[in-house]
Design a protein around this ligand. Structure first.
Ligand SMILES: Cc1cc2nc3c(=O)[nH]c(=O)nc-3n(C[C@H](O)[C@H](O)[C@H](O)COP(=O)(O)OP(=O)(O)OC[C@H]3O[C@@H](n4cnc5c(N)ncnc54)[C@H](O)[C@@H]3O)c2cc1C
Length: 412
């Protein structure tokens, strides 16, 4: 086979992993190119630590180039057009031809879709989490509303984690008595994709950590002047500090290219992450993957948008592209397994894990809260941000070994 060029669109969690894996698996004569609009990568799972002052913005950010294996070409710029049939991606007016394209463009945050929302705080961006930390430090007490604005959103665990960490931070500041933390969401229970038993367990975790859980609240508008929230079919709710998980939407470049469905997400074959266009794959948050079960009679469950899935997708796509280029039959398949550590504050975390492809509905379990899960998350962050070298390899071995000892198949 002639030399091949693989373009990876997006250098976030999935994009970095798929590019690094491909570089490891493919002979150097094949090119691996990452197109990423930001030259710095910030590790999103640590935005929560930044929000409560346990991290700094610099500590959880790295130049993208340092997170790529040698031999990968990095193009810093926004892809403005994709021609899947013509096999070209355009970046800054320059065409980049590809043989394979892996779309790992994630999700965009759409503050503009709900009136008044842009005045709110968020821990869903690096800058937002940094500003929110300043606001929490100077907050004198009152009602903090953490609001999931709409579905889908990335990381089903992050809103409960964020609310519990905010409550814990206010306890540390000695302001628990005159602070209320409320978590509003349109969903019927926490993490509905994981079923009623896990939802009940997370609801109990929230109650134990001083968070009032308010399900079935669909946000329609924010009045920042009056500090009031409007929810569909409900009386207005006052707040003193507003923290939102903003609406998410797929990248407009994918819609324009005809790769996205009407909802803005890319439909893929669930096991191989292949799109309808041969040689074009999509992974991570950019995808829409229906899974068994429904959370309303007319609404199918979707695979959550989470780094753990972007990671597993990247592994499958890299192995299959490398196999095909090497003349072998692609045989890797995404099995639907996933897990997440749920930070609860005071260095404690819960651990949810399960099979999201199980029939008739996902089977997800929650392990008892402990410091081990929190430590696992800290070590993962260290591994993720480490440059290629001895330290990164030692962290990889430690995490893999630790995971096996706890019965978790960690594949880094
Ligand atoms: C606060 C928070 C906590 C989280 N905690 C966890 C957790 O504990 N566990 C977990 O599994 N997940 C967690 N997540 C979710 C996780 O971060 C995402 O699911 C994951 O990053 C998805 O990876 P991705 O590669 O699909 O997208 P991303 O990591 O978002 O990467 C997409 C990349 O594409 C780039 N891009 C987009 N469009 C273009 C374009 N046109 N041209 C060039 N570049 C482009 C973007 O700049 C971005 O770097 C958390 C998320 C948040 C916000």
């Amino acid at each position: 086979m002639r030399d091949q060029t693989i373009v990876v669109l997006g250098g976030g969690i999935g994009g970095l992993l798929v590019a690094n894996r491909l570089r490891h698996l493919l002979p150097r004569r094949h090119r691996v190119i990452v197109v990423e609009r930001n030259d710095t990568h910030a590790f999103a799972a640590s935005f929560l630590g930044l929000m409560v002052g346990q991290r700094t913005a610099a500590a959880i950010s790295r130049p993208v180039a340092t997170l790529l294996r040698p031999g990968i070409e990095l193009v810093v710029g926004a892809a403005s057009r994709i021609d899947p049939a013509g096999r070209v991606v355009e970046v800054g007016g320059r065409p980049l031809a590809f043989d394979y394209l892996v779309v790992a463009a994630g999700a965009e945050l759409a503050f503009d879709t709900i009136p008044g929302l842009s005045a709110a705080h968020t821990f869903y961006t690096l800058e937002g989490a940094d500003h929110l930390h300043q606001a929490l430090r100077s907050f004198a007490g009152g009602k903090i509303a953490v609001v999931v604005a709409s579905l889908p959103y990335k990381c089903p665990g992050a809103p409960p984690e964020g609310a519990m960490l905010i409550a814990s931070f206010m306890r540390q500041r000695g302001l628990a008595e005159n602070t209320e933390v409320h978590l509003f969401t349109p969903e019927p229970q926490p993490m509905p994709v994981a079923g009623p038993v896990l939802g009940e367990a997370v609801a109990q975790m929230l109650a134990d950590r001083g968070v009032a859980y308010r399900p079935q609240h669909k946000l329609t508008a924010v009045d920042p002047g009056e500090r009031r929230l409007a929810f569909e079919g409900r009386d207005p709710v006052p707040y003193d500090l507003l923290v939102v998980i903003p609406p998410h939407r797929g990248s407009s470049v994918l819609r324009d290219a005809g790769l996205a469905n009407p909802g803005g997400w890319v439909d893929v074959e669930p096991q191989t992450l292949a799109t309808r266009t041969p040689g074009v794959f999509a992974i991570g948050d950019a995808t829409a993957i229906p899974i068994p079960g429904r959370w309303k009679p007319d609404v199918p469950l979707m695979l959550p948008k989470a780094g753990v899935f972007a990671h597993a997708h990247a592994e499958v796509v890299a192995r299959n592209i490398a196999a095909e280029i090497g003349g072998a039959r692609p045989s890797a398949a995404f099995c639907g397994d996933g897990f997440c550590m749920l930070e609860a504050g005071e260095d404690l975390a819960g651990f949810a894990y399960g099979d999201f492809f199980a029939k008739p509905a996902p089977e997800v379990h929650l392990r008892r809260m402990g410091r081990t899960w929190h430590l696992g998350k800290v070590l993962f962050e260290r591994w993720w941000l480490a440059p290629f070298g001895v330290r990164r390899e030692a962290l990889r071995l430690g995490l893999t070994w630790g995971g096996k000892a706890m019965g978790i198949p960690v594949d880094l």
